[in-house]
Design a protein around this ligand. Sequence first.
Ligand SMILES: Cc1ncc(COP(=O)(O)O)c(C=O)c1O
Length: 398
Amino acid sequence: MLEPEYPAVNIEEHRREFPGLAQKVYLNYGGQGMLPQAALEAIVDTYNYLEINGPFSIKSNSWLTKRASLLRQDLARELQVEPKTLTLTESVTAGCNIVLWGIPWQSGDRILLGDCEHPSVVAIVEELARRFDLAIDYARLKSTLNQGNAIEAIKESLKPRTKLVVVSHILWNTGQLLPIAEIVELCHRYPNGSIKVLIDAAQSFGLLPLNLSELGVDYYAFTGHKWLCGPAGVGGLYISPDAFLSLKPTFLGWRAIQDDGENQEISLKIDGQRFEVGTSAYPQYEGLRATLATHRQWKNTQDRYRDICQLSQQLWQNLSNIPNIECLQQQQPKTGLVCFRVKSKLTHSQIVANLEERGCFLRTLKDSDCIRACVHYFTLPSELETLVTYLQELIEPE
Ligand SMILES: Cc1ncc(COP(=O)(O)O)c(C=O)c1O
C-alpha cells in the first residue's frame, strides 16, 4: 500500500479519531498513548466475531492465526524487517525478559547497562547477575545529554568479558536520542569478540521512523501502548537472524511448537514465534493493527517524526524562556520528550497534580528529578501554549 503523500483531512479532524484527546491536554505518551476509536471498534468487533463464530472453533482459530500473522506483517513494515524475526509479546519488559534470560550466560560474564535504564530492565539484570554470577557495569550516559559523547561513554565501559550491552533508544528520563547504529557497530567490532546489543524501545517505537535492519541491533523490545497509542498488552520483540539461534526460550508453550502433523515429537518453530507462549487477548492484536492504520492514513513515520520534533522544539523554546524553568536539554530536543525542572515553592509532584486538576497531563520523574511532557504529532501548538500559561501561573501567582 502506498503511503498517502498529503493527508486528506486537517489535524483537528484527525484528532477526532482519538476521542480521549477531547477536553484535555494529554502529554503522557511515554507512559501510555490515547487509543484511536478505530482500535476500540476493532477490539469489540473481534470479540463479537469470536462470540458469533465460537471463540474456539475451526473458523475462529484459523481466522485468529491469519490475523496474528497480519499483525506481524504490519509491525515488520513499521520496523523494516522480515515478519519472521518478530515475536509478539505483551510489553517491553516481556521482550527484555525473553532476551536476558535466553542468553546462555557463564559465570563471570558481564552486562553493560546504560545508567538511565528503566527499573524493569535493571531489576531483571540484577536478578540475572545474582543467579548466574554475572558482573554489571554501568555506562555514564546521563552526563552526555548536553556534552560528551554517548559512544565514548559505552566504549570506555566495555570489558573483555562484556557479552551484552543494554540501552534505550531514547532515554526515558532525559529524552536523549542515542546513536544506536554507531553503538551497535562499536559492540559488534569489539576486539574480544562481538558483543550483542539489546535495545529498550519503549520510548522510540511509534515516535521515530525505524529501520532495524539498518540499525543492525540484535534485539529490539517494543510496545504498542505508548507512543503508538495502541491497546495496552501488545508489544513485540525483534531478534536479528544472527542472534536467533543462540537465544534459548525460557518460557515455552503451544505457540512455540511446530505443527508437524502426525509426528508426536515436539519441535520448536524456527522463527520469532518460538518465543511466544500461550493464549493472548487476541482482540487487542486487531486493536493494534487498527491503530497503525489510523496513523498511516494521516502521514508516514518520517513526517510524523518531523512534526513531533517541531512541536517539542516549540515547547522547549517556550519553557526555556521562563526564568524559573530549566530544560534538561540545552539544545533543541530531537524527540517528543521534553524534561524540565521548575524552581518554585511547589514540588514537582504538586505542580503535576495541579496541572492534572486543570486537565493537563504530565508526569514527574524521580531519577532526573524533573517533569516530563511528551509531545505527539497531533498535539496542538495551542495546547502547548496552555501548558506554558498554566506553568507561569503556578510559578508566579498573581
Ligand atoms: C524506558 C522504558 N522501559 C521499559 C518500560 C516498561 O514498559 P512495559 O510496561 O511495556 O514493559 C517503560 C515504561 O514506562 C519505559 O519507559
